[in-house]
Design a protein around this ligand. Structure first.
Ligand SMILES: NC(=O)c1ccc[n+]([C@@H]2O[C@H](COP(=O)([O-])OP(=O)(O)OC[C@H]3O[C@@H](n4cnc5c(N)ncnc54)[C@H](OP(=O)(O)O)[C@@H]3O)[C@@H](O)[C@H]2O)c1
Length: 310
């Protein structure tokens, strides 16, 4: 497992991490087996959100109740969580009161005294960055949150926050997989008339994050679209699966590893956020971290997913 020091922090992190969005109905044994497979593979970074459940804070609580971490076991983990999506609704809420109360709820549910990284989950159209700044300052001063970041944010939205927030934004978690890569495919095809891929949906987020040392985290690395099921083995992606299977055989790894390697090959040095609840798939996916695809292989996967290399 490749690791690196997360820019703006002193935390050494793996480039594949475990997302816990789907564990609310899992038993203690299942959660333990999942986390244990992750730790065995070198994944000591856990991604949560207050909204993962239901109920609110449900997955955070399931994680803590199943693991019952000792203080030293807790210290060995990086715990990241998110706030800002409210139910019923949904609607988005970056008010001081909501950010602070969500963190209090996460601390209680996770059974910990600090969140290592807090992300603002989805951009709140009504954001008042001064309020976010005040919430971050108070949470940092109280020792409740060590580092801050965002998720699904554009460069403009990050600029607005950075104008007011004192702490560096350390991460931006966005949807990214071989089959959902408008942030990569769009800029590659810039200015191509009559080409859908060229439509600017990405707002330059990858270059912006690289310029400002904001680590990109890729969520839904196996989903074909927005929670539409995995592309691995899907009859809708015969060409892509043929290339994945060929490379998997060549590198002697499972197909999941190739899907991960496509993301970790990107020089932005992203973190891949796995969502599987199957221990064997965690072990399979983690192997992708140690593979460095060639440029030709990386582009072959990209083309096979249906993107144009103009
Ligand atoms: N920031 C955001 O807005 C945002 C949004 C969504 C998710 N996230 C984060 O990203 C994480 C990952 O999201 P995700 O769960 O949608 O991602 P994913 O890893 O692409 O998908 C995992 C799902 O695909 C299933 N699956 C079927 N075949 C698979 C295979 N061969 N390999 C891997 N998975 C397979 C898994 O089933 P099994 O469990 O049965 O293996 C699971 O239901 C979440 O846990 C969460 O932490 C963040």
């Amino acid at each position: 497992m490749r690791t690196f020091t997360l820019p703006h922090t002193d935390i050494v992190v793996p480039d594949v991490v475990l997302g816990l969005m789907r564990i609310v109905e899992k038993s203690d044994e299942e959660v333990r087996a999942l986390v244990s497979a992750a730790l065995d593979a070198g994944i000591d970074f856990m991604d949560h959100a207050d909204i993962y459940g239901p109920p609110y804070h449900g997955c955070e609580r399931r994680f803590a109740e199943a693991l019952r971490l000792t203080p030293s076991e807790r210290d060995r983990l990086t715990l990241q969580t998110k706030c800002g999506i409210r139910q019923p609704g949904p609607y988005f809420d970056f008010s001081y009161e909501h950010i602070v109360s969500s963190v209090e709820g996460s601390l209680e549910a996770l059974g910990t005294d600090r969140i290592d990284i807090l992300l603002l989950h989805r951009p709140d159209a009504l954001v008042e960055p001064e309020e976010v700044a005040r919430a971050f300052d108070d949470l940092e001063a109280a020792g409740k949150v060590r580092h801050f970041g965002v998720s699904n944010h554009t460069p403009g939205q990050m600029d607005l926050l950075r104008k007011h927030v004192r702490q560096p934004l350390v991460a931006n978690q966005i949807q990214l997989s071989i089959t959902h890569a408008p942030t990569i495919a769009g800029p590659m095809a810039m200015n191509m008339a009559a080409l859908d891929q060229s439509i600017a949906r990405d707002t330059g987020v990858i270059d912006y994050c690289r310029l400002h040392d904001i680590t990109l985290q890729a969520w839904s690395p196996f989903q074909a679209g927005f929670f539409t099921g995995p592309f691995l083995g899907s009859p809708e992606y015969p060409e892509l699966n043929a290339v994945i299977d060929r490379l998997a055989a060549q590198y002697d790894v499972p197909a999941e590893a190739i899907a991960v390697a496509w993301l970790t090959r990107h020089p932005a040095r992203m973190q891949v956020v796995l969502g599987t609840t199957t221990p064997a798939r965690v072990a399979a996916a983690a192997q992708g971290s140690d593979i460095t695809l060639t440029r030709a292989e990386w582009y072959a996967l990209f083309r096979a997913a249906g993107y144009l290399v103009p």
